[in-house]
Ligand binder design. Structure first.
Ligand code: NAD
Length: 488
């Protein structure tokens, strides 16, 4: 009814610089209350077609601007988002269930930084040149934007991950059609409201909202979109690879993980324990880089488990807008059920749940009784072959197991299909290097976690992805290279 729809936030697609209503909509939930609070366009082929056309039409203009002109526009957009940081953080927390603290300190500052970073890095690339004196030739490479980029992002770090794609794509001179997750579309829509003021020409950034099966696939299958940058699950990446194969598209795939923490008996536990709690439970464990297999050397195993569990129990679960809360709501009812089912499966296999789900009671504020909450959960006495040690759970669940030798732990850490991120904790520099070298993982953090230099490659090995993104890597992905030979 009209009265009902008035109370809801209704999003519109952003195509060719204009907000356009859609003929049908999807309900979007507030994960911390379980209420429907927003309607997201349920776009399909028609909307994607219009967005691709708008992007294609403006490509000649945008791609011929100088890097400096584009850089200035990206910086302006960064300033505008930063100016509204609090509003963006509130929206992200409400839409995703993450704590307001996390949105304020991680998601939105990083979205701002993504634009500043690529605004700067685009000014500093050089291409290659070689001389072939005996032939009277010089060869040089030239890089040009690819065209219309299709950008598809997940629900866990909504604006953070979407801008990690939009910023390098447009900095390089491409135009884009972006499709955020249907579960977390609000901040992308808010960003669209700032594009004109930042000086982004109409059609350079188009955002089409909707499901993966409809809007996402229409984008992946569109013949005029030669490049797809995707972040999401490995299963969806397989589908995207199949669907795009007839067009031989250029793909960047940032996928799931089953990330190990390897803790040697000479680790500094006063640093390792709080950081491993963060790497396990930050953002409700809904970060692709989260730790979910903790290998602890036998000599310190009991002490580690005791201290780790005692600290995990202190993490406060509750209303995400309460700044003292550490763990917010999971993204959806279905996802919460899925995460819980892993804990049940582990118990059925004989594992022990040391704290959290099914062991401790969760007291929620009155307004959050129907939200999708779960306590940080620590599982032990679990076999390496168990689904909890093999599959990505993507929630506040972590497994702790003991190991004896360096050789053994490397083999066990590598014994999953994924290869995204690992942490290694030891005060022995030689060991840290040796182990880092042998881990099958796109990122290895030793004695720290989540410290990123955006200049360097980010991405996964094995089922965790194909391709890397970062200053140079994104530049290479979002441009075509040509080798030109000049004979005099
Ligand atoms: P998902 O694969 O279900 O969805 C990701 C995006 O793809 C969404 O926008 C979705 O609508 C779209 N999509 C779904 N099916 C599609 C199809 N057939 N064609 C085109 N698009 C389609 O993933 P999710 O559940 O939103 O996100 C969680 C996953 O993302 C986890 O596996 C996590 O590890 C991964 N992730 C990886 C990284 C990384 O950088 N490696 C970062 C964050 C999240």
């Amino acid at each position: 009814t009209m009265a009902h729809s008035k109370t809801l936030l209704v999003l519109e697609n952003f195509i060719g610089g204009k907000f356009v209503p859609c003929s049908s909509y999807i309900d979007s939930y507030n994960p911390s209350t379980g209420d429907i609070y927003c309607r997201v366009p349920d776009s399909g082929k028609e909307e994607v077609e219009a967005a691709v056309k708008a992007a294609k039409d403006v490509f000649p203009i945008w791609s011929s601007k100088s890097p400096l002109e584009r850089s200035q526009i990206l910086n302006k957009l960064a300033d505008l988002i930063e100016h509204d940081l609090e509003a963006f953080a509130q929206a992200e927390s409400k839409d995703q269930g993450k704590t307001i603290t996390f949105a304020r300190t991680v998601d939105i500052p990083r979205a701002v930084y993504n634009f500043r970073f690529f605004a700067s890095s685009i000014l500093h690339h050089t291409t290659e040149c070689t001389e072939m004196a005996t032939m009277g030739c010089v060869h040089y490479t030239s890089r040009t934007p690819v065209g219309v980029a299709g950008l598809i992002s997940p629900w866990n770090l909504p604006l953070y991950l979407l801008t990690w794609k939009i910023a390098p794509a447009i900095a390089c001179g491409n135009t884009v059609v972006a499709k955020p997750s249907e579960m977390t579309s609000v901040t992308a829509w808010m960003m669209c409201k700032l594009l004109e003021k930042a000086g982004v020409p109409h059609g350079v950034v188009n955002v089409v909202f909707g499901t993966g099966a409809k809007a996402g696939e229409a984008l992946v299958c569109h013949p005029d979109v030669p490049l797809i940058s995707f972040t999401g699950s490995t299963l969806t990446a397989q589908r995207i690879t199949e669907k795009s194969a007839p067009h031989c598209k250029r793909l960047s795939l940032e996928l799931g993980g089953k990330n190990p923490a390897i803790i040697f008996d000479d680790a500094d536990l006063t640093q390792c324990i709080p950081m491993t709690l963060r790497s396990s439970f930050a953002n409700q464990g809904e970060i692709c880089l989260c730790t979910s297999r903790i290998f602890v050397q036998r000599g310190i195993y009991s002490e580690f488990v005791k201290r780790f569990v005692a600290e995990a129990k202190k993490w406060k679960v509750g209303n995400p807008s309460d700044p003292t809360v550490d763990v917010g709501a999971l993204i959806s009812k279905e996802h919460l059920e899925k995460v819980r089912s892993y804990v049940k499966k582990a118990q059925a296999e004989g594992a022990r749940v040391l704290c959290g789900e099914g062991v401790d009671s969760l007291a929620l504020p009155a307004g959050n009784q129907k939200g999708y909450f779960m306590l940080p959960t620590v599982i032990t006495e679990v076999k390496d072959e168990s689904c909890c040690m093999q599959e990505e759970i993507f929630g506040p669940v972590t497994c702790v197991v003991a190991f004896d030798t360096e050789e053994e732990v490397i083999a066990r850490a590598n014994s999953v299909k994924y290869g995204l991120a690992a942490t290694v904790w030891s005060s022995n520099v030689g060991r840290v290097h040796r182990v880092a070298q042998r881990l099958q993982s796109g990122l290895v953090w030793t004695n720290c976690w989540l410290v990123r230099d955006l200049n360097l490659p980010f991405g996964g090995m094995k089922a965790s992805g194909i391709g890397r993104e970062g200053a140079k890597d994104s530049y290479e992905f979002f441009t075509e290279v040509k080798t030109i030979t000049i004979k005099h």
